[in-house]
Structures are given as structure tokens and as C-alpha cells.
Design a protein around this ligand. Structure first.
Ligand code: PHE
Length: 343
């Protein structure tokens, strides 16, 4: 009996000193002291060897021992859970964090966002359309019937399995899709990628990007078109830039024009960029052709509208001093990461 009592004292000291740094060690404690084959159970088993008159006294001691081990187990569990919850115990929060490398925006994206945001401020809403398009939306609805000679101007990639499908040659397909939805008035800006079967060189590629604009309402005039584009040019190229319109031809607009801005590289004096003319062509535009309205079930006697379309590559090349259009699609990080802080 005395021997048992001193053994219990010894275990108590052990238990008191026991520390656990994680839940695995807490579990080890439980198995050792409170498990089915643990020390507490084993000592309880000694009860049968204790003389009858001592049983009550010994029972008390044993019970205290059991409670002691159990409360230690509870407190070990709590502190292990705490240390898991607050990594502050192991991590120095005052240290600077690890760098998370982030990519940079593509120069085409930067230029597109810049163009689009100017028109958004005028209330134009962004929409997009499919790059694989049918003949109707890319050509026919835009007043380019099957044998229209202007189809040859845009060397088209056709889809082999279905001659009615093609890679869109301009973003004007979105114009048609928006008109077909029939929700008027329309004030939209449509950025996207387009494809033309051209020889790839430093100056031209078989795919590039455009932004198309469309404004349809009652009483929209050519004056509205000019004013909108003036605003765009001033925001884009600065207050001092001059603008000129030259008559042009697009099957889907009448009248049609091309717009030039005074060369923002040489200020209009004449340089290599403007080929010594002092002017740089930036977009095509015009009043939506009545046939296009009819094709989209819009009444041309009630509504008028203007449309314009511009490339993104060329202004991006001029702005960032890029001399080869192929660089945009080569994915060379040394090229791409130069535009991190731009705009
Ligand atoms: N779609 C024409 C092009 O790709 C641009 C344009 C759009 C012209 C809208 C007039 C009106 O060249």
C-alpha cells in the first residue's frame, strides 16, 4: 500500500512536469496516463489487492490521481490548440513578407484600355463578339454581298469544315450583333482581335486588334461623329493635336471618311513615322449605311448612326517606340516586362 502511494506521488510529479508542444504529444500523454492500458487504469487495478479497511482511503487517493491526470490532459489540449491558432508564437510578424511576383499588362491591353476608357467616359458601353464568325455578321449584313469587290480587300481565313465560317476580319461583326439585339439607342465600344491572311512582317501581322465604336439614335449626324472623335483625339494625343477627315469608302457606311491626326512624333513638320506628310492615319468612320439598318431590322427612316473603327497595334507602337509588330505576340518576357509601370 505504501509502495503504491509513493508510486502515485512519483507519477504526479511526472505529470506535473509534462509539456506538449503539439497535439501529437498531447495524444501521447493521453495514451500513457489515461488510455485503456494506461497508468491510471493499471493502478486502479491494484484496488483488489488493497486490504478491505484501507479501500475507502485508497479509493480517495486513486480518484484524486485520476482527476489530476485528467485536468492536466485538458490543459495540455487547450494550450496545443491555442498555439495552432496563433502562429504568432512561431512566426515573427514584424519580418517583411515574401515578394509575390506579379506579371505586367501587355502593351496591347494597356492601349486598348486607354482607348476604351475614353469612350466609356462618354457613355459608350463595352461589348464583345466571337472571333470565329459566320459570313452574315462579318460581311453580308455589313452590306458586302457575296460578290462584293471589297471582300477582296480583306484577305479572309475560312474554316475548312464549313465555308460559311471564317475568322473575323474586323470587329464590325459586333456592330451587327448589337444592332440585331434591337435595343435602341445604342452607344457601344467593341474591342477585340481580328485576322487577315497577310504576310507577316515588321509592319503587318496575320492577326491584330481593333476597337470599333457605334452610336445609333434618332437624329445622330456627322457633326456628332466629328465631335465624338475630336474629344477622343484630344484625350488620347493631347490638346494641340490637329485632326483632318478625308473622304473614303466602306460598304457599311455612307458617307465614309478616314481620320488623320497631325503627327504627334514630329508635331506636323514631317518625319519617318508620318512619311514626311505631317499626318498619321488613325481610323475609319462614317454614317451607318441604310442597308445595314434594314439588314438588322432597324428602321432607317427613324434612326441614324455613326460607326468608327481603329487598330490598336499602330498607336501602341508609336506610343511605346516599338518598331516590330511581331514583338507583341512573341511572348518574350524581356519585352513584356518593360510595360509594368506604363499608364
Ligand atoms: N471595319 C473597318 C476596317 O476594319 C473600320 C471601320 C469601322 C470603318 C466602322 C468605318 C466604320 O477597316
Amino acid at each position: 500500500m505504501d509502495q503504491l502511494l509513493s508510486q502515485i506521488e512519483k507519477y504526479k510529479k511526472e505529470i506535473e512536469k509534462f509539456t506538449a508542444s503539439d497535439s501529437k504529444e498531447v495524444e501521447e500523454f493521453r495514451i500513457k496516463y489515461l488510455g485503456t492500458k494506461g497508468i491510471v487504469k493499471t493502478i486502479m487495478g491494484e484496488m483488489k489487492n488493497v486490504a478491505a479497511e484501507k479501500k475507502k482511503e485508497f479509493g480517495q487517493v486513486l480518484n484524486d490521481f485520476k482527476l489530476f491526470a485528467e485536468s492536466k490532459y485538458e490543459s495540455l489540449k487547450e494550450s496545443a490548440a491555442d498555439s495552432q491558432k496563433s502562429p504568432a508564437n512561431t512566426i515573427d510578424l514584424t519580418l517583411p513578407g515574401d515578394d509575390i511576383p506579379i506579371g505586367s499588362r501587355h502593351p496591347i491591353t494597356l492601349m486598348r484600355n486607354r482607348i476604351v476608357s475614353i469612350f466609356q467616359r462618354l457613355g459608350f458601353a463595352v461589348a464583345e463578339g466571337p472571333e470565329i464568325e459566320d459570313d452574315w455578321h462579318n460581311f453580308t449584313a455589313l452590306n458586302l454581298h457575296e460578290h462584293h469587290p471589297a471582300r477582296d480587300m480583306q484577305d479572309t481565313f475560312y474554316v475548312q469544315q464549313n465555308p460559311d465560317w471564317l475568322l473575323r476580319t474586323h470587329t464590325s461583326n459586333v456592330q451587327i450583333r448589337e444592332m440585331e439585339r434591337g435595343i435602341l439607342p445604342i452607344r457601344g465600344i467593341y474591342p477585340g482581335r481580328v485576322y487577315r491572311n497577310e504576310t507577316v512582317s515588321a509592319r503587318s501581322h496575320c492577326f491584330f486588334h481593333q476597337v470599333e465604336g457605334l452610336y445609333i439614335d434618332e437624329n445622330v449626324s456627322f457633326a456628332d461623329l466629328k465631335q465624338t472623335l475630336y474629344f477622343f483625339v484630344k484625350e488620347m494625343y493631347g490638346k494641340d493635336v490637329k485632326v483632318r477627315f478625308r473622304p473614303s469608302y466602306f460598304p457599311f457606311t455612307e458617307p465614309s471618311a478616314e481620320m488623320d491626326v497631325s503627327c504627334f512624333i514630329c508635331g506636323g513638320v514631317g518625319c519617318n513615322i508620318c512619311k514626311k506628310t505631317g499626318w498619321v492615319e488613325i481610323l475609319g468612320c462614317g454614317m451607318v449605311h441604310p442597308n445595314v439598318f434594314t439588314n438588322c431590322r432597324i428602321d432607317p427612316n427613324k434612326y441614324t448612326g455613326f460607326a468608327f473603327g481603329m487598330g490598336i497595334e499602330r498607336p501602341a507602337m508609336l506610343k511605346y517606340g516599338i518598331n516590330d509588330i511581331r514583338l507583341f505576340s512573341e511572348n518574350d518576357v524581356r519585352f513584356l516586362k518593360q510595360f509594368t509601370s506604363a499608364i
